[in-house]
Design a protein around this ligand. Structure first.
Ligand SMILES: Nc1nc2c(ncn2[C@@H]2O[C@H](COP(=O)(O)OP(=O)(O)OP(=O)(O)O)[C@@H](O)[C@H]2O)c(=O)[nH]1
Ligand SMILES: [Mg+2]
Ligand SMILES: [Zn+2]
Length: 266
């Protein structure tokens, strides 16, 4: 059984005790590779309506390769994603510029984007609005503020948070296992420990581009039907990259996944 599973529960009288008779079929689930060496995979959560990838440009910085890999995994599971750039109160001029660029890249690609700051209460109402009546998985590197964002919209939960500077000392995540919480304003939220990445267990190399929405869109104009968008003449994807219609970082993430079979599982 995993977080988000729905079960048939038979109460055995008083209190909250009883028996789980059956785990109901999962609408969807997200997998993580247990480790780089192991080929076993582990289900992180099930029955998710949407995922939010919490990112930051400082303390810690979320890399675009990490974002793109997450998005590919979510696309493959058909789970809609909102990208939330948090900690904007800490951004300098350079990061503010990067934030604008990144928000444009990902919203052009077709993703929902949002920027937030917990101490400055920036856009927390919008964040909360997106959570209403849905089961949401919050994901992202350790220290980006997942638990803090949940506490901000549902203070009664008192989730544990910890300054990023303390991470280096212990090397541990503050949130250590996935847990689902009901939200007072409707819906459920799943807090997860900072993850390194999702496994893309069922994606064929030649289908990876299907999971980059903007690359997929342009691929329809490629000369060859089996174009891999790596070297072929008449490739509309490479042309779009040259013309700035597809972000170079997105295309590079595609190439990384395409050429590095092993990396994509991390
Ligand atoms: N300045 C600033 N600090 C923030 C913000 N959001 C969270 N923090 C701080 O960042 C640190 C880490 O936040 P957490 O909420 O514990 O991060 P997490 O993503 O839950 O981390 P794990 O549980 O390890 O995955 C804490 O000290 C928070 O107070 C923000 O918007 N701005
Ligand atoms: Mg946490
Ligand atoms: Zn092509």
């Amino acid at each position: 059984m995993v977080v988000g599973d729905r079960v048939l529960f038979e109460p055995s009288g008083d209190e909250d005790t009883g028996l789980i008779r059956e785990v109901l079929e999962r609408q969807n689930y997200i997998i993580r590779r247990a480790s780089n060496l192991s080929h076993e995979s582990q289900i992180i959560a099930a029955n998710i309506d949407q995922a939010m990838l919490i990112c930051s440009l400082v303390k810690p910085r979320t890399l675009t390769g990490f974002i793109d890999r997450f998005l590919v995994a979510a696309e493959s599971y058909r789970i809609p994603v909102t990208l939330v750039f948090n900690k904007t109160d800490l951004y300098g001029e350079k990061e503010k510029e990067q934030l604008e660029e990144l928000m444009a890249i990902y919203s052009d690609a077709g993703y929902d984007v949002l920027h937030t700051s917990v101490p400055e209460h920036r856009n927390l109402d919008l964040f909360k609005e997106k959570l209403k009546e849905k089961t949401t998985l919050l994901s992202g590197n350790s220290g980006v503020g997942k638990s803090s964002l949940i506490n901000a919209v549902e203070p009664s939960l008192h989730l544990k948070t910890k300054p990023v500077s303390d991470y280096h000392k212990t090397g541990k995540h503050t949130t250590t296992y996935s847990e689902m919480f009901p939200l007072g304003f409707g819906g459920y939220i799943i807090d997860t420990p900072g993850i390194r990445g999702f496994g893309l267990v069922e994606i064929e190399k030649n289908e990876i581009y299907h999971f980059f929405p903007e690359i997929f869109r342009h691929s329809k104009e490629c000369e060859y039907y089996n174009c891999t968008h790596t070297h072929e003449p008449g490739c509309a994807v490479r042309k779009a990259v040259e013309e700035g219609k597809i972000a170079v970082t997105r295309y590079n993430s595609y190439l990384d996944l395409f050429f590095d079979e092993e990396k994509k599982y991390r």
